[in-house]
Design a protein around this ligand. Structure first.
Ligand SMILES: *Cc1c(COP(=O)(O)O)cnc(C)c1O
Length: 434
């Protein structure tokens, strides 16, 4: 399959090039040249298939021309070594729990898939040159990517995070791993970490010295596999007899997750419409109201994985809908919630139904509660386990939140990290001397 840049259709790459470079040379995002429709029989029978079987069919549509079926099957089956169940919250509203992976966040699937696909390309080339993955994180991305790549031969991961700005639970998920994962504690803020990573990709000397790649959601290997969830959600709702007039609501930050769901719809998945739920970072919401895309500096909220002021995957939505705001709005509506509304929702849902949302999922729930029309059934994506936001959630509900065993295990590990300044020369020297 050919991938083209959202900045210029003539600027194309193979899957391998797109994965290894992340961003196109003109700074556009890579798009697959076609979204293959899946056959009717697949959808007729989907409720009888496992998550792995469903995902393998979807993966073949994306990657089948580039990766032999046997290898692709192994990548998919290894990636999805956990379930993503649909849970009833109340009549007409269901939660798709995406937090049953190793770091309890939905980014696990993309992180694990990318690690295995890159590992496959690496082994195929048979070169023994180490690939170095650089990732800047404000919390969740670093842990999902680091855990996804842990122990993958031929790849070393550097996670850059801002000192004192990630929660202790998040920090232990990428600083206690060791092996091929190095955590770098930067004396600065998240933007400084991101600037260091960008500067590294642009530094000629460094790139001649070592092979560098990125692992954020612009990378097609992290982005496309997220579409698996939507097929899985549909299958589970169909098994319950509730798949007609299905509305899927996605708590959104960089818009990678929801865009992969829209890709699924374009491949024939019978989802009626999407809702993108935002926190106070309401750039997409405003775009739908005005037709103008006006990025802003991000503002800090209690749903911090959605604190994005210039969602990178908007470029993919814009490309897919050929720049037509009306076409986007026909498939996707928006919603936005303040921190107070998020807190109110966590408390209300917990008190009435016993279901505990994390701050991101709470945005998703509320957008459905306010936006579902008669006859529609809604599924929101619960993108993180509430225990990852323990302090916030406990204050709201006035009760302790139990930490799952998986998370507790990370917290017992020993922190290992390298302290660096936000100065690029220090970072470069560190990488070269290793
Ligand atoms: C990353 C993240 C999001 C936002 O997903 P995007 O693909 O960036 O829109 C939402 N919730 C949680 C918990 C996340 O970690």
């Amino acid at each position: 399959m050919i991938y083209y840049s959202t900045n210029n259709k003539e600027n194309t790459a193979s899957l391998e090039q797109a994965v290894v470079t992340g961003l196109a040379s003109d700074r556009g995002l890579y798009m697959p040249e076609k979204l293959k429709a899946l056959p009717k029989e697949f959808f007729d029978n989907i409720q009888n298939l496992s998550f792995q079987e469903i995902a393998f069919e979807v993966a073949k549509a994306f990657f089948g021309e580039d990766v032999p079926a046997e290898d692709l099957k192994k990548i998919v089956y290894d990636t999805l070594a956990f379930e993503t169940p649909v849970v009833k919250v109340e009549d007409n509203i269901y939660s798709l729990e995406l937090f049953h992976g190793p770091t309890l966040a939905f980014k696990d699937v993309g992180g694990r898939f990318m690690a295995r696909l890159l590992g496959y390309f690496n082994a195929k080339e048979g070169n023994d040159r180490l690939v170095n993955v650089l990732v800047a994180t404000s919390g969740d991305t670093g842990s999902a990517v680091a855990n996804g790549f842990l122990g993958v031969p031929g790849i070393h991961v550097y996670v850059l995070y801002p000192k004192g700005k990630v929660s202790p639970i998040q920090e232990c998920q990428f600083t206690t791993l060791g092996q091929n994962i190095t955590a770098i504690e930067v004396d600065g803020v998240f933007d400084d970490c991101q600037a260091l990573v960008k500067a590294a990709f642009m530094d000629k000397e460094l790139n001649a010295h070592m092979k560098l790649t990125s692992a954020n959601s612009i990378n097609v290997a992290r982005f496309l596999p997220q579409s698996f969830y939507y097929f899985n959600a549909y299958a589970q709702m169909k098994a319950k007899g509730l798949a007609d007039d299905l509305v899927v609501c996605v708590p959104s930050g960089n818009f990678g997750n929801i865009t992969s769901g829209i890709f699924g719809m374009k491949m024939g998945l019978p989802i009626k419409r999407f809702i993108a739920a935002n926190n106070s970072n309401d750039i997409f919401y405003n775009y739908l109201q005005t037709g103008k895309y006006s990025p802003k500096a991000s503002v800090q909220t209690i749903a911090n994985a959605m604190d994005v002021g210039d969602p990178s995957n908007f470029a993919r939505i814009y490309d897919l809908y050929k720049g037509s705001r009306d076409a986007v709005a026909a498939d996707v509506s928006g919603a936005r919630f303040s921190d107070d509304q998020i807190r109110e929702t966590i408390k209300d849902v917990f008190t009435r139904t016993g279901y505990l949302c994390d701050p991101h999922g709470a945005c998703g729930y509320r957008a459905l509660k306010e936006g579902l029309k008669p006859g529609e059934t809604g599924v929101f994506l619960e993108t993180a386990h509430p225990a990852k936001f323990k302090d916030t959630v406990e204050k709201v509900i006035g009760q302790q939140v139990e930490i799952p065993a998986k998370l507790a295990a990370f917290m017992k590990g020993k922190k290992q990290s390298v302290a660096l300044s936000k100065n690029f020369e220090d970072f470069k020297k560190f990488l070269i001397e290793r």
